[in-house]
Design a protein around this ligand. Structure first.
Ligand SMILES: CC(C)(COP(=O)(O)OP(=O)(O)OC[C@H]1O[C@@H](n2cnc3c(N)ncnc32)[C@H](O)[C@@H]1OP(=O)(O)O)[C@@H](O)C(=O)NCCC(=O)NCCS
Length: 146
């Protein structure tokens, strides 16, 4: 198994992995090929895939806006979980964000995603009870909850 930065040609395999993963919130625009190309063009060194025998068995999207890092769509193939692959992917992204001068990284997880939340606790991500997460869509999205 090796971890390397994600490139756009990984998209089809990564998208198939996301669709086979329970607990992710995808959407029709950001997670389309064009959306992911835009994200990788802006964040070329901070997204990673785990590869084995030419198959993508794990992925993490991470990027930043010059101030804070943000992680999206972390997934490890169902058959390869609990072997430390998620841990290695987070380490790779966090290290890459650090090297770009980023001091704090955040993510959102669905409340009902118990395993995902246990994983993030283990990675040292605390939850903020003093904040309300708010957002506003600027276009119409079709949400895909896997
Ligand atoms: C969350 C996910 C990425 C973890 O990947 P992974 O490769 O299995 O994680 P690791 O093996 O590196 O686990 C690291 C630690 O996380 C915790 N953890 C991971 N899976 C867990 C589980 N099923 N139950 C309890 N704790 C778990 C453990 O503390 C584990 O350490 P340990 O094995 O030494 O006890 C994987 O379960 C997954 O793809 N889930 C579906 C997608 C998802 O929920 N993504 C996050 C969206 S916010």
């Amino acid at each position: 198994m090796m971890i390397r930065t994600m490139v756009f040609s990984d998209y089809a395999k990564v998208h198939a992995l996301w669709l086979s993963t329970t607990g992710l919130g995808l959407n029709s625009i950001d997670d389309s090929a064009e959306g992911i190309k835009k994200y990788l063009d802006r964040n070329p060194g901070t997204c990673f895939v785990a590869i084995e025998s030419d198959q993508i068995i794990g992925v993490i999207l991470a990027g930043h806006d010059g101030r804070r890092g943000f992680i999206y769509h972390m997934s490890v193939n169902q058959n390869r979980r609990r072997q430390g692959i998620g841990d290695k992917l987070v380490d790779a992204s966090v290290q890459a964000l650090r090297e770009e001068g980023i001091l704090k990284v955040a993510l959102v997880a669905l409340v009902e995603n118990k395993i995902g939340n246990q994983f993030w606790v283990k990675q040292g991500f605390t939850s903020r009870e003093d904040l309300v997460y708010r957002n506003k869509a600027l276009v119409e999205f079709e949400n895909i909850y896997t």
